[in-house]
Design a binder for this molecule. Structure first.
Ligand code: ADP
Ligand code: MG
Length: 262
């Protein structure tokens, strides 16, 4: 993907980052809800084309971190850079930034009264300004990418949960994001439906998409991640290659976590 040259508003020239291959750069990010501190001084780079898996116990702040990355939640302190654009700078164009980051949640929230194709095409007309015909063709292409071109005219309710989640992935991909965030995309699925969704995610990772993936699927993290980050009490307490995380775990909380989930 070509480097972006957007963000030439009043704040950006002073805040221009040095040339870097990081797609996403998080510096000293903190977030509290009332008196509960959820993210503590998180610093993290995700390189272009990297797949980073985030693992860790429930409540450790994984979802909050992903939501901060696309500004669904406002961090209290710290900086987030997407390529050259500082998302946390005063006056940053939040909507424009968000359009560059795709997000897939546990619950896929497709519109039940629209066809699969229309679900994927919707934001292409309303946000990207495509004609209906362009949006339709783009939607078809991305449905094909997740193996669901044949279901384009169906209502979502005719599809399995795993297929619906693949539609949600196609919907995010159709916006041509620079980064994809996945928050437990397979956690709500029956076990037999998980495999196909993970296969789509693995293909994306191998195709060079930049991805941050919160997952309980340790097999996926082991095979598909370039690096794995272990979150604990609002911090990234370990970040390393999957081999070193899964085989050489030093941190006692990581060892304890892996003993529970593996
Ligand atoms: P994880 O995804 O790792 O399970 P979360 O990021 O969802 O963790 O939550 C981290 C902590 O933040 C938890 O203690 C949770 O209760 C709290 N939390 C998350 N969202 C909110 C919110 N909107 N308001 C108050 N507390 C929240
Ligand atoms: Mg979560």
């Amino acid at each position: 993907m070509s480097p972006t040259t957007t963000g030439d508003g009043p704040v950006s020239s002073a805040a221009e980052a040095p040339a870097t291959s990081a797609a996403l750069r998080v510096t000293a990010l903190s977030k509290s809800y009332g008196r509960t501190t959820v993210l503590r001084d998180i610093t993290l780079d995700i390189q272009r084309g990297e797949t980073l898996c985030l693992i860790g116990p429930s409540g450790s702040g994984k979802s909050t971190l992903l939501k901060c990355l696309n500004l669904l939640e406002r961090p209290d302190a710290g900086e987030i850079r997407l390529g050259e654009t500082c998302l946390t700078a005063p006056g940053a164009d939040v909507d424009a930034a968000r359009a560059r980051i795709g997000m897939v949640f546990q619950h896929f929230n497709l519109f039940p009264h629209m066809s699969v194709e229309r679900n994927v095409a919707l934001a292409l007309t309303s946000v990207k300004g495509m004609t209906r015909e362009q949006a339709r063709a783009t939607a078809r292409r991305h449905l094909d990418e997740v193996g669901l071109a044949a279901f384009a005219r169906q209502r979502p309710s005719r599809l399995s949960g795993g297929q619906q989640q693949r539609v949600a992935i196609a919907r995010a991909l159709a916006m041509e994001p620079e980064v994809m965030l996945f928050d437990e995309a397979t956690s709500a699925l029956d076990p037999e439906l998980v495999k196909d969704v993970l296969a789509v995610m693995r293909d994306l990772a191998q195709g060079g998409m930049t991805m941050a993936v919160v997952t309980h699927e340790m097999g996926f993290a082991q095979e598909a991640a370039d690096r794995v980050a272990f979150m604990c009490d609002g911090r990234i307490s370990e970040i390393d290659t999957p081999d070193r995380i899964f085989e050489g775990a030093q941190h006692p909380r990581l060892r304890q976590f892996l003993n529970q989930v593996l």
